[in-house]
Design a protein around this ligand. Structure first.
Ligand SMILES: Cc1cc2nc3c(=O)[nH]c(=O)nc-3n(C[C@H](O)[C@H](O)[C@H](O)COP(=O)(O)OP(=O)(O)OC[C@H]3O[C@@H](n4cnc5c(N)ncnc54)[C@H](O)[C@@H]3O)c2cc1C
Length: 205
């Protein structure tokens, strides 16, 4: 009954980002030049030379409630595909329950969602012969509750990831999307050998 985030993959590194900036002079790297990468990355970010950061990317699989899914969709500079209740019956009945609610209200929400899911499946069955399975599925989802969890894969380039973290890993953002953003950040920090170490440092993480 929790939202989850998994890192599916990543492309690039601090070095790829630095080389993108150095394309304007020379991309040739030696040890001496490699040592300049942290300072260069910091200078690029602090002075607003952000396009080299588009050369790195991070790709996540997110299983989350509909409200958080909508928050993710608002970020236009990203790429998102999601599980579709138009194309399949959502058989798993995955739900989200806020962990900061009192138990009595958590139980109410679970009951409410269970009732919605029961009607969802019954409605598909009842409408199928009249409207066809496709229309039955796509319209029966109106019984799904807002706390239904759906799966999406979302990819950001490192420039848009910084914008996402700034806006969503923030006290002003809703708790659920804030936790998703924090999970994403932790996953990127924990990539083997920390390839985006200096990039994350330059953003203040
Ligand atoms: C605390 C909070 C509350 C919010 N409340 C609401 C709300 O009540 N209602 C609501 O509808 N939304 C709300 N939002 C969503 C918000 O309005 C943005 O849609 C969302 O945060 C995506 O931000 P973005 O445009 O920076 O990101 P992206 O869409 O990923 O864009 C990234 C950056 O690219 C540039 N960019 C993208 N598209 C354009 C463009 N067309 N023209 C110029 N530059 C562009 C901008 O620099 C932008 O910052 C809220 C967001 C937050 C964080």
């Amino acid at each position: 009954m929790k939202n989850t985030v998994e890192l599916l993959g990543h492309y690039g590194s601090d070095e790829v980002i630095a080389c993108s900036a150095w394309t304007s002079t020379s991309r040739k790297l030696d040890e001496k030049k490699r040592k300049r990468i942290p300072k260069l990355i910091d200078m690029l970010w602090s002075e607003g030379h952000e396009t080299p950061f588009e050369k790195g990317s991070v790709h996540f699989l997110v299983d989350c409630d509909i409200a958080s899914h909508i928050h993710l969709l608002k970020h236009r500079i990203s790429s998102l595909n999601a599980e579709s209740a138009r194309y399949k019956e959502l058989k798993e009945d995955k739900i989200f329950v806020p962990d900061d609610w009192p138990e009595a209200w958590q139980n109410e929400l679970m009951l409410y969602a269970a009732h919605g899911n029961k009607l969802y499946h019954e409605c598909i069955e009842a409408l199928e012969s009249r409207l066809g399975r496709k229309r039955a599925k796509e319209s029966a989802r109106f019984f799904k509750t807002y706390n239904s969890r759906i799966q999406a894969d979302v990819q950001f380039n490192m420039r848009s990831f910084a914008n996402f973290l700034k806006l969503r890993n923030s006290e002003h953002a809703q708790k659920e999307i804030r936790e998703i953003a924090q999970n994403m950040l932790d996953l990127v920090k924990n990539i083997e050998d920390n390839p985006f170490r200096h990039t994350l440092n330059s953003w203040g993480y």
